[in-house]
Ligand binder design. Structure first.
Ligand code: SF4
Ligand code: ZN
Ligand code: ZN
Length: 315
């Protein structure tokens, strides 16, 4: 006895392979990937992320989210003759991990015909993440985790590289999950006013700052992974050896458990914050960007976090 295949709710022809709980729709592979591409287009236009002639630098780590974003933005660029897309990969210097990701990022860029720029912590800051972690561990310094250090240096490295190649926008693949986790983490850390800053489009102004955009901010992580799978995109799946942000992992698990029980909950948190963000911005300290007293890069403090961190490592 054959069971009748479940049909896609959109095209009503092809076989459905995915049920989207928060919309109640069953989708075939083609309609699913089209829905992701359309959602990115809608997000870009809703938050006014791009201008017609932008040079967009996509931060490509080699993981599923960033490689999928590169594919979608490269596809969008083909339809817009004056915009251009390039990729930036930052080599943090994590032995046995980043090397494979770099190869995968390069391979995807080659396939898409996208210019690929690689910059390393070693070139920019004089040391690899492995060396920083070794030094911190030797000093019994557990004030800063490898991920916290990596995040600060990577943000800086991306900005410097994007500026160097004259990109006008820097696109990162933060998903809905990343955004909601960060909102909760800011609350758990008691740093609630920081929520005002983590926007889909940054509005900080400084001659050395490249505006950052997050075209995946309304797409669940599960779906960016599925997009890569449907499109047969190659990405790195091996986890980073330092990936152990205990609190973020707890928050991720908690949110996923709640989402399973209450579909759409991540969207509700994200949208609630979007609604109250103007009020938070109102009470947040007016923190414009200034130039770091040591390296001259944009920062909100007298000395940027990168310089503070590198001083801590070298001391
Ligand atoms: Fe950097 Fe942490 Fe990501 Fe590894 S898991 S690449 S250390 S932020
Ligand atoms: Zn369909
Ligand atoms: Zn600095």
């Amino acid at each position: 006895m054959h069971s009748t295949p479940v049909v896609c709710d959109v095209c009503k022809r092809r076989e459905a392979f995915f049920f989207r709980p928060y919309s109640g729709r069953k989708l075939c592979k083609r309609c699913f990937s089209k829905s992701i591409e359309e959602k990115v287009r809608a997000t870009v236009s809703k938050y006014k992320m791009l201008k017609f002639d932008d040079k967009i630098a996509v931060a490509v780590s080699g993981g599923k989210d960033s490689v999928s974003l590169l594919h979608i933005l490269a596809k969008m660029e083909h339809k817009c003759s004056e915009a251009s897309v390039v990729a930036i990969t930052i080599d943090e210097g994590i032995k046995g991990y980043r090397d494979e990701a770099l190869r995968i990022a390069a391979e995807n860029c080659r396939k898409l015909g996208v210019e690929h720029h690689v910059a390393s912590f070693k070139q920019l800051f004089g040391c690899t993440l492995d060396e920083i972690v070794r030094k911190m561990r030797a000093k019994d310094d557990d004030r800063t985790t490898p991920c916290a250090c990596c995040g600060v240096l990577r943000r800086k490295a991306l900005n410097i590289t994007a500026r160097k190649i004259k990109a006008t926008k820097l696109a990162t693949a933060h998903t809905l999950d990343d955004e909601v986790q960060t909102i909760l983490l800011n609350i758990f850390h008691g740093d609630v006013l920081r929520i005002a800053k983590e926007k889909p489009v940054t509005d900080e102004v400084h001659p050395k700052f490249v505006q950052r955009i997050k075209p995946f901010c309304e797409i669940p992580e599960k779906e960016t992974a599925l997009y890569a799978y449907v499109k047969k995109i190659r990405f790195q799946s091996r986890p980073c050896p330092y990936a152990s942000e205990a609190l973020r992992n707890d928050v991720r698990l908690m949110l996923n458990r709640m989402e399973d029980k209450h579909a759409g909950m991540k969207f509700t948190v994200f949208k609630s914050i979007e609604r109250i963000r103007p009020a938070i911005e109102g009470i947040a300290r007016e923190e414009g960007l200034i130039s770091c007293s040591e390296c001259g890069e944009p920062t909100t403090e007298r000395t940027c976090r990168t310089c503070q961190m590198l001083r801590q490592v070298r001391s």
